[in-house]
Design a protein around this ligand. Structure first.
Ligand code: SF4
Length: 356
């Protein structure tokens, strides 16, 4: 057994040895367990309210569950939460949250104020960009997440927790601003309805290639989508991929109507190959065929993410193949000027080039 310098069990060893986290379970799985324990179904509803409406972080806070049931839960399941290491940005702009997981690994989530031109309609609420892996194996040349390679997949609860932890943080901030409400109820007991929640859009494009952690991602999204869980509509959840063809086809066959975004960043194999090694395995022809299949199954608009990098993919000649591909697939294109990453050679194009 390896112990990390932080004194935690290291990575995969930790994940194998701790009991499953309760927030990695679907309602029906908890119901099966409660039946084995001779617990009535309404106890499942009570537990889910503590987890997803009140968002408590300890078994002891679940005061309407019998003590003996809480003990059984404690013996058989983990109840992990994320520890906030650092937050950058302020309320009216993008805010980055650096979290420490139970094994000491670090991941990021990004909270973005609602923007009607991005992934959802105008709202006073926010979009959250979540991570799905620690590190990334795909090595896109412009991306900081892949610099140290892939460490491990996130478990479903670690994906779900990114949403809950931000909601908890938001609630604590609101309480600090209006201390009056603190006297009304203790933090652990103050429920919030789905309508009151901060996050109403999710984009799965933080650290990691989401579709290479397919099973855990789908389970987490089902929990976040469920009315008993996160209550976020499937149409308000966008899964982004660098272009994993078999998983795109698999996603097309799932019953949920999640949105799909492709990190394209090049409209020809030549350009895409230069910055995205995944294109060698799944060139544009195969990716296009998978996207045609996705659209035939889902009849939903796809989004192309296209980061403009100076001298790589920003030439005017790229607009023709990009436009043709977007037109063929009825895709929306998000052009995003590159943000310089320390230690990487790529630059943001000049303002005039982006406007052209
Ligand atoms: Fe970065 Fe995504 Fe490429 Fe991984 S797949 S290296 S996270 S852009």
């Amino acid at each position: 057994l390896k112990i990390s310098p932080l004194g935690f069990l290291a990575g995969a060893d930790y994940v194998k040895r701790v009991p499953p986290d309760i927030k990695s379970l679907l309602r029906e799985e908890i119901e099966v367990q409660f039946k084995l324990w001779d617990q009535p179904v309404y106890r499942v509803t009570q537990l889910l309210e503590w987890l997803y409406i009140r968002r408590v972080t300890s078994w002891d806070a679940m005061t309407n569950l019998p003590k003996v049931l809480r003990e059984k839960l404690r013996e058989n399941f983990s109840l992990q939460s994320l520890e906030l290491v650092r937050k950058q940005g302020s309320r009216d702009i993008t805010q980055k949250f650096l979290w420490q997981l139970a094994d000491g690994a670090l991941i990021e989530s990004v909270l973005i104020p609602a923007n009607p031109s991005l992934y959802g309609e105008a709202s006073d609420r926010h979009t959250l960009c979540v991570s799905t892996q620690v590190g990334c194996a795909y090595g896109c040349k412009f991306c900081a997440s892949g610099l140290d390679g892939w460490k491990r997949n996130l478990a479903p609860n670690e994906i779900v927790e990114q949403v809950l932890a931000i909601e908890r943080w938001n609630e604590a901030e609101s309480r600090a601003k209006s201390p009056k409400s603190e006297t009304e109820a203790s933090p652990a007991l103050r429920p919030s309805s789905i309508e009151e929640r901060l996050i109403n859009n999710l984009v799965i494009m933080g650290m990691g290639e989401p579709l290479s952690n397919y099973e855990n991602l789908l389970k987490a999204l089902r929990i976040l989508n469920a009315p008993w869980g996160g209550g976020i509509g499937a149409r308000k959840i966008t899964i982004s991929t660098s272009g994993l063809v078999p998983q795109i086809r698999r996603l097309a066959d799932e019953p949920e109507q999640f949105r799909l975004a492709i990190s394209l960043h090049g409209a020809t194999d030549e350009v895409r190959q230069r910055i995205m090694p995944v294109n060698r395995k799944y060139p544009l022809k195969e990716l296009t065929a998978a996207l045609e299949y996705y659209q035939a199954q889902k009849d939903r608009m796809i989004t192309f993410e296209y980061i403009l990098i100076a001298g790589v993919n920003d030439a005017v000649e790229q607009t023709q193949p990009l436009g043709a591909l977007a037109h063929h697939l009825r895709a929306k294109v998000n052009l995003i000027p590159y943000n310089k990453v320390e230690g990487l050679p790529w630059e943001r194009p000049a303002e005039e080039v982006c406007e052209d």
